[in-house]
Design a protein around this ligand. Structure first.
Ligand SMILES: [Zn+2]
Ligand SMILES: [Zn+2]
Length: 356
């Protein structure tokens, strides 16, 4: 198999040729055709997440030690089955659910693998991922039939869409005058606008510092857009929502976006954060009480949620965010472009032209 790997954190990904793994037990070997490039990959590639206050979480502490293959938005074809892998056939195209837990603990048994405490196996994060021609999946139950959906768009459902979908499930009950702010219109926020529209939310105000990303959000159905540079962004967001901002979903997750979302929501409002840009939250405790605010973290999504997102996409209800398909050989450049903020929507790597 051929992969584009981290050989040293922060250095360009390098092409490697390795022996193609053989599936054991319930494992399934997928031949990857598409692999989405997520902003989290930038952090994994750099080797750490910024925890704020000068603290860092180093991904090597979680087992992500170079050489490492990233990639948690995999779409491909079943190539081989372990002796106990049932329910799929060689040649079938499938989307891969990457947020795999230990499969044995109470949390996993309840279908919430993404919150597993006792042995996470997140593809492309904790173990080898999909920046490669081949990928081992622990069990066929993590394969989702996404037939009829464009393959590049389908790949992006595995992280960006399911993350946005899971975050929007944490919305409060909305009244007719209520607004929802989508903070950050990168790959995650743009599909977030689409997801909100599938749930009947119309009063969406999209926030970003980049006008081209705001234009993309408007196309997907955001009723208003707001350039959030400048000191008065909180007041302008409140005004845009006619002082009825019931919820802000932070798809960026940094001190400036938290200050915007938490500052602008109305009394009793909710701030949902699913972005991982980094930093820490410092907030007045009496204000938290007196504004009766709810702060909710939301991390990726579960298998059932992915199936629900796929169903919405199959029905044509989920409008695709912009997707740019590039040859897999451009993996290193894609990471660089994403870090520089030069990507609108998602870059998806095409592995079909890569000879295995
Ligand atoms: Zn991701
Ligand atoms: Zn578990």
């Amino acid at each position: 198999m051929i992969s584009y790997e981290i050989v040293e954190h922060g250095k360009p990904l390098q092409k490697a040729v390795r022996e193609t793994p053989r599936p054991q037990g319930t494992e399934v070997l997928m031949r990857v055709t598409r692999s989405g490039v997520c902003h989290s990959d930038v952090h994994i590639w750099e080797g750490y997440f910024d925890l704020g206050g000068g603290k860092r979480f180093y991904v090597k502490e979680r087992g992500c030690v170079p050489p490492f293959i990233m990639g948690h938005e995999p779409f491909g074809v079943v190539e081989a089955l372990g002796p106990r892998a049932k329910g799929v056939k060689v040649g079938q195209k499938r989307l891969v659910f990457p947020w795999i837990g230990c499969g044995k603990c109470e949390v996993c048994k309840a279908g919430r693998d993404n919150y597993c405490l006792s042995g996470r196996r997140f593809l492309g994060v904790d173990r080898a991922g999909a920046y490669a021609t081949h990928l081992l999946v622990p069990h066929p139950k993590y394969l989702v039939d996404a037939g009829g959906i464009d393959e590049s768009f389908a790949a992006t459902l595995a992280c960006s869409a399911v993350t946005a979908y899971s975050a929007t499930k944490k919305l409060p009950k909305l009244g007719p005058k209520d607004w929802v702010a989508v903070i950050g219109c990168g790959g995650l926020g743009l599909i977030g606008v689409s997801v909100l529209r599938t749930q009947g939310v119309k009063n969406i105000v999209a926030c970003d510092i980049d006008p081209s990303k705001l234009a993309a959000a408007a196309k997907l159905g955001a009723k208003k857009t707001l350039e959030t540079g400048g000191a008065d962004a909180v007041q302008r967001l409140q005004a845009a929502a006619a002082n009825h901002l019931a919820c802000a979903i932070d798809f960026v997750g940094m001190p400036a976006t938290a200050a915007l979302g938490m500052g602008a929501i109305k009394k009793g409002g909710r701030y949902v954060i699913c972005g991982l840009m980094g930093g820490e939250l410092v907030y007045s405790l009496p204000m938290l009480v007196q504004r009766a605010m709810t702060v909710v973290g939301s991390h990726v999504g579960n298998l059932q949620e992915l199936k629900e997102v796929v169903a919405l996409a199959k029905k044509g209800k989920l409008k695709p965010a912009p997707v740019e398909t590039r040859p897999a050989s451009q993996a290193a450049r894609a990471i660089g472009d994403l870090k520089a903020g030069k990507v609108t929507g998602r870059v998806v790597l095409d592995f079909e032209a890569v000879a295995a």
